[in-house]
Design a protein around this ligand. Sequence first.
Ligand code: FES
Ligand SMILES: [Fe+2]
Length: 320
Amino acid sequence: MFERFPNQWTPVLPLTAITANPMPVELAGEALVLFKDRDDQWHALRDYCPHRGAKLSLGVVTDEGHLRCGYHGWRFNGEGACQAVPLNCLNDAALKKVRATALPTRLIAGAIWVYTAADPDNANAPEPLLSESLQGDPNLFVTYHQEWQAHWTRAQENFIDFAHPPYLHEQTIGAWMHDYAERGGTARVETEDTEFGLIMMSYVGSSTSGFQLHWHRPNLSILHFGPVAERWLHVFCIPVNEHHTRVMTVRRVRSADEVARHARYASGTDHRILDEDRAIVESQSGDVLSDPAEISVATDKPTLVFRDWYRATLADYITP
Ligand code: FES
Ligand SMILES: [Fe+2]
């Protein structure tokens, strides 16, 4: 599974987008079903019943918190173990052999996260390497999301790209740099490799822009607009399939009272800025490796670091 996005922790859906239990969702080209058991724990299974291949998301969650297939009523727990095969008296040994494919799942920062195990039967998932700013009570995060018709790597590069705001965001967040760039001003970026990915510092002329950006492998960009985590914008580029990406912003808030106000802000401001990005990114085709003739310059350094990581990650799983 997940041969184009193997062995990564990623959010799949914000809680606010979950409208059913069980909930079908596509992640990196794989059909999954999310469901919540009676202890309010979330689980993800491949949306495929091992009996006759029906979609498990067409079933129901039973009072015991098991997912019951809508076709013949086979029941699975959150680990994928079959709990019952109605009308047939299977002994324990036979029942134990029946399994749906389960993936490690967590509730983090207002979203359901899944580990994209390339070999789910032998998954030895590491714990997610989480930015501290995403830890804590999952109810104290505000999410906003959009669906883009683009490959996730194109979307991801957009958020670690320092040279586009003066033009693409000329009317909004890039206004301050537009005239400077048009007058022939220069900018540069410096990157630092870290345990989680990279840190980018940017300079306009000879002074720092005051803006710092972190890329956390595989698909999180954190835009630092100030010293405290409540001023940071987290942006995830979640691969839906080869042609679609779910772009999700996440903000941490201090208390539950602030959630509604920040949600209004996100659906206004984030929506407007992301729409500017979306229009351009949707005009690019394929993934970031699809055109080897693309020309890169010094301010493209962070995206080149990302490309190196992406190329290496795929190389381990895809035979050319
Ligand atoms: S297909 Fe699911 S129980 Fe038969
Ligand atoms: Fe942008």
